[in-house]
Design a protein around this ligand. Structure first.
Ligand SMILES: Nc1nc2c(c(=O)[nH]1)N[C@H]1C(S)=C(S)[C@@H](COP(=O)(O)OP(=O)(O)OC[C@H]3O[C@@H](n4cnc5c(N)ncnc54)[C@H](O)[C@@H]3O)O[C@H]1N2
Ligand code: MOO
Length: 401
């Protein structure tokens, strides 16, 4: 029996770092930065005003109060975008708008609310400390400094920063192309009436979404029945177009284990039992040099196996700095049991430092899986835990919502 870590290493070794490509900002959304990116301009790139008001020399207006206002001539009007700003002559102020360049010589901005809003002369009715409402060049980031670090995910804030420092395109790694192939003679596509003994095929919907959430580009192949020749024909026809093939089903110990049987004659896929529940029966290898991972058919097993083995490997191949999920300690709201010598990944709901088990350990409980926001990890040497015990909880999609 393999440990979880041993099989993780087998799967990770199959997926090399993907090649780099440069893409426009909009296409970089949700991807991972491949190289550090530096700021071509400082932010702010010039001293500017944080308020609509009057740029002044602090020493000239410092004594202003409501009872004893200071009147100053308004020498210039500086809206945002003005590019020909002149220095502030002694004894004058400039009317200035938020984001407009501060005139040389000014060292404070008096918000319009603290004045009579005059346009020829202005009455300043309150004093502020020197430097107030001035945004200094480079206070956010210096020109040439690293703005975005390789391995970081590109979300809204990162894309906003890239644009703010003048970047049009970002280096990312090519999305892995992942084929998803379900097997099972009992499977029927949703939308078709079921005969007794048939079920709707759901693993490909689950795995395609999981691949995309991990940053891959998934293509669902039409599922195949438990027929080795049909399975082999599909794999041979499709595999060369992919960076990874994921199959589901047909890997346990029964009489019609199509995936296990087919890969006896094709490629280098090896099957093993991994000391975990769900997700015991696993396989991994290559066909024509293309990585193949065979996941068990039970939907919760397929989900957990993807989470534990495939997702981190895909994210590592994408150059992600943090390929693993976030995990946190949590207190159990009730007791639980776990099989000996297996790492169990129970479904749970986490919130406020506590976690409750959602449903039992059965790997067919897909409705319970859909209500979970975390996996509760019970180590191999633990068979029972009381309420209140601390467990490790892996936060899955939507966990913090
Ligand atoms: N005698 C033994 N039986 C089983 C063992 C074992 O060690 N000895 N292992 C069990 C475990 S653990 C798992 S997990 C499953 C894995 O089985 P397979 O990978 O061969 O999967 P199937 O038999 O094809 O299906 C299992 C289950 O999942 C349903 N299924 C399969 N594919 C889909 C799909 N695409 N969409 C929805 N549901 C699917 C299928 O109908 C079965 O109910 O084996 C245990 N048995
Ligand atoms: O290992 Mo299976 O995945 O328990 O149901």
């Amino acid at each position: 029996m393999r440990t979880v870590e041993e099989h993780q290493a087998v799967v990770a070794a199959l997926l090399p770092l993907l090649p780099e490509e440069s893409v426009p900002l909009a296409a970089a959304h949700g991807r991972v930065l491949a190289r550090d990116v530096r700021a071509a301009v400082a932010l702010p790139s010039f001293d500017n005003s944080a308020m609509d008001g009057y740029a002044a020399r602090w020493s000239e207006v410092a004594g202003a109060t409501g009872a004893s206002p200071v009147a100053m001539p308004v020498a210039e009007d500086i809206p945002a975008g003005r590019t020909d700003v002149v220095p502030l002559a002694p004894g004058t102020v400039h009317r200035i708008m938020t984001g407009a360049p501060l005139p040389p010589g000014a060292d404070v901005v008096i918000p319009v609310e603290l004045t009579d809003a005059g346009t020829e002369t202005v009455e300043i009715r309150d004093a502020l400390p020197r430097g107030r409402h001035v945004r200094s060049a480079g206070e956010d980031i210096a020109q040439g400094a690293v703005a975005l670090v390789a391995g970081g995910p590109l979300g809204a804030a990162q894309l906003g920063l890239a644009a703010a420092v003048g970047i049009e395109e970002l280096p990312v790694r090519r999305r892995p192309r992942v084929l998803v192939l379900s097997t099972g003679s009992e499977l029927v596509a949703p939308g078709t009436p079921l005969l007794p003994g048939q079920i709707y095929e759901s693993n490909s919907a689950l795995l395609v979404a999981a691949v995309e959430e991990a940053g891959g580009e998934a293509r669902r192949l039409h599922f195949v029945p438990d027929d080795v020749d049909q399975f082999l024909a599909t794999v041979r026809a499709e595999v060369s177009s992919a960076d990874l093939l994921i199959t589901s089903g047909g890997v346990s110990a029964g009489a019609y284990e199509v995936v296990k049987d087919a890969f006896r004659t094709l490629g280098t896929v090896e099957f093993a039992k991994v000391a975990m529940q769900p997700g015991g029966p696993q396989g991994a290898g290559t066909v024509d040099g293309v990585p193949v991972v065979t996941l068990p058919g039970n939907p919760v097993s397929a989900f957990v196996s993807f989470e534990v083995f495939v997702r981190p490997a895909l994210r590592r191949a994408l150059g992600h700095g943090a390929p693993e999920r976030l995990h946190v300690p949590a207190r159990l709201t009730g007791p639980l049991t776990s099989p000996p010598e297996k790492r169990q990944f129970l479904r749970g709901r986490y919130g406020g430092g506590e976690v409750s088990q959602v449903g039992g350990p059965g790997s067919h409980l897909v409705a319970h899986l859909a209500r979970a926001n975390c996996l509760v990890v019970v180590p191999e040497d633990v068979t029972e835990l009381p309420a209140g015990a601390e467990v490790d909880v892996v936060l899955i999609e939507g966990a913090l919502q």
